[in-house]
Design a binder for this molecule. Structure first.
Ligand SMILES: NC(=O)c1ccc[n+]([C@@H]2O[C@H](COP(=O)([O-])OP(=O)(O)OC[C@H]3O[C@@H](n4cnc5c(N)ncnc54)[C@H](O)[C@@H]3O)[C@@H](O)[C@H]2O)c1
Length: 367
C-alpha cells in the first residue's frame, strides 16, 4: 500500500493525525506569540478578488486577529477597501511594514508579485499567510524557503481543503478499499482563460496547472506523497480568438514505484464545474467531491457517505484562525515552505514533461 502522507511532505500531516506535534520554535524566530497573547495584528496585501471575497471578511469574523491596514498598488481598489473597512491604506508595502506594528500579513497578490512581497515581510520578521501558489517556480520556492528561514518567520500557504473535515476524513475511508491501484482526479470549470495576469504564463508561472491545479496537486501530495514519474500534456487552444499563452487545459499522468498510478484532468475551459478525486482499490473506492466523501464497494454500492453543508463559507475564517494558532505555538504549520518544495517540484516536472514529451521524476528535482 502506498504511503499516505509520505516523508516528502512530512510537515503537512493531517489535523486528525494523533502523531502531530507542535513544532519547536526556530532559533531565529521573532518574539514568540504565547497562548495568552493579545489579539494578533494583520495587514492584507493585494485587495483583489480573493482578498475581498475571503480574507478580509474572514479577518473581520475572527476573534483572534484585528485588521490593522491594507495595501494595494491600485489606488482605486485601495480607496474602495479603505473606505469599506475604515483602515489605513498603503500603495507601498514597505511603508506599511515600516509604519504599522504587524504580526502577519495575508498575501493575495498576482503570482508574479509574490516573491517580492514575501521577501519584504521576511526581512522585517513579519509572518505571512500566503495565497497559493507558494512560488511560481522551483527556483523561487527554494529562494523563499531560505528567506523565511533567514527571517525566522512562519509562512503558511492557504489551502482551504486542508482545514475542511471532508478532506481530512479521506484516510479513514481509504484504509477500507483494499490495495489501491488508480487515482482519477478531475478539476474543471469554465472561465475566461485570457483574463488579466492569469492568461500570461510569464506572470502567472503557468496556467491551470499552477493556478487552480494547485489544490488538486496539494491533495495528491497530502494523501500519497510525491509520485516517482510525471507525464503531462497541455494546451492553450480552447479559445483561439483570445490572446493568452497560459495553458487552459492539462492532463497529468503520474505513477508511484508501488504500482499506484493515475491522472489529473485540469481545465479552465470545460463545464460543468467539476471537482472530483476517485481512488479505486481492490475492494472498493473512495469518491471525494466538493463537500462530500463516499466509500463504495467494487459493485458501485455506496456504503458510507459524509457531507458537510456550509463548510466553504467558514473555511477562510478557519484558515486565518489556524494560522493565528500556529503563531501562538498551539498548532503545527500544516502548509509551510519546506512542504511546498514538493508542490513546486511536481509542477516543474509537469511543465518540463510537457515540453520534453517524456516522463520526469519530481523527486530528483529536490533530492
Ligand atoms: N485559494 C483559492 O481558492 C484562490 C482563489 C482565487 C485566487 N487565489 C489566489 O489569490 C491570489 C490573488 O488572486 P486574485 O484572484 O485575488 O487576483 P486579483 O488580480 O483579483 O487581485 C490581485 C490584487 O493585487 C494587487 N497587487 C498587484 N501587485 C501588488 C503589489 N506588489 N503590492 C500590493 N498589491 C498588489 C492588484 O492591484 C490586485 O488588486 C493569487 O495567488 C491566486 O492564485 C486563491
Amino acid at each position: 500500500m502506498p504511503p499516505v502522507m509520505s516523508a516528502a511532505i512530512s510537515t503537512s500531516r493531517l489535523p486528525s493525525d494523533p502523531t502531530v506535534t507542535i513544532p519547536e520554535a526556530r532559533p531565529a524566530a521573532p518574539a514568540p506569540l504565547g497562548p495568552s497573547c493579545r489579539t494578533l495584528r494583520a495587514g492584507v496585501v493585494g485587495l483583489g478578488h480573493q482578498a475581498r471575497e475571503d480574507h478580509l471578511p474572514a479577518i473581520v469574523a475572527s476573534e483572534m486577529v484585528d485588521l490593522v491596514a491594507v495595501c494595494d498598488l491600485n489606488t482605486q481598489i485601495l480607496d474602495d477597501v479603505r473606505d469599506e473597512y475604515d483602515k489605513p491604506g498603503y500603495t507601498e508595502l514597505e511603508e506599511m511594514l515600516a509604519t504599522e506594528q504587524l504580526d502577519f500579513i495575508v498575501v493575495a497578490v498576482p503570482h508574479h508579485a509574490g516573491r517580492r512581497v514575501v521577501k519584504a515581510a521576511a526581512q522585517r520578521g513579519v509572518h505571512v499567510l500566503k495565497e497559493k501558489p507558494f512560488a511560481t517556480s522551483l527556483e523561487e520556492a527554494h529562494d523563499l524557503t531560505g528567506s523565511c528561514a533567514d527571517g525566522g518567520i512562519e509562512l503558511m500557504v492557504t489551502l482551504q481543503r486542508r482545514l475542511n473535515p471532508i478532506y481530512a476524513t479521506f484516510p479513514h475511508l481509504y484504509d477500507q478499499i483494499g490495495r489501491p491501484f488508480l487515482i482519477d482526479g478531475v478539476y474543471t470549470m469554465s472561465v475566461d482563460p485570457a483574463s488579466g495576469w492569469r492568461g500570461q504564463s510569464r506572470l502567472a508561472g503557468g496556467g491551470c496547472i499552477i493556478d487552480m491545479g494547485y489544490h488538486m496537486i496539494d491533495m495528491l501530495l497530502w494523501y500519497f506523497g510525491l509520485p516517482d514519474r510525471v507525464l503531462a500534456q497541455s494546451s492553450a487552444a480552447a479559445r483561439p480568438e483570445l490572446d493568452y499563452d497560459a495553458e487552459d487545459t492539462a492532463c497529468v499522468m503520474f505513477s508511484f514505484d508501488s504500482g499506484l498510478w493515475g491522472r489529473l484532468l485540469l481545465s479552465r475551459c470545460v463545464s460543468p464545474r467539476t471537482e472530483t478525486i476517485r481512488v479505486i482499490g481492490a475492494r472498493g473506492s473512495v469518491v471525494l467531491e466538493r463537500g462530500r466523501i463516499q466509500r463504495l464497494l467494487s459493485n458501485g454500492q455506496v456504503v458510507e457517505s459524509l457531507s458537510r453543508e456550509g463548510s466553504w463559507p467558514s473555511a477562510a475564517t478557519a484558515q486565518v484562525d489556524h494560522f493565528c494558532r500556529v503563531l501562538m505555538g498551539q498548532r503545527p504549520n500544516t502548509s509551510g515552505p519546506e512542504s511546498h518544495l514538493a508542490h513546486a517540484a511536481f509542477i516543474h516536472a509537469c511543465y518540463a514533461s510537457a515540453q520534453a514529451g517524456r516522463f520526469v521524476n519530481p523527486k530528483e528535482l529536490i533530492a
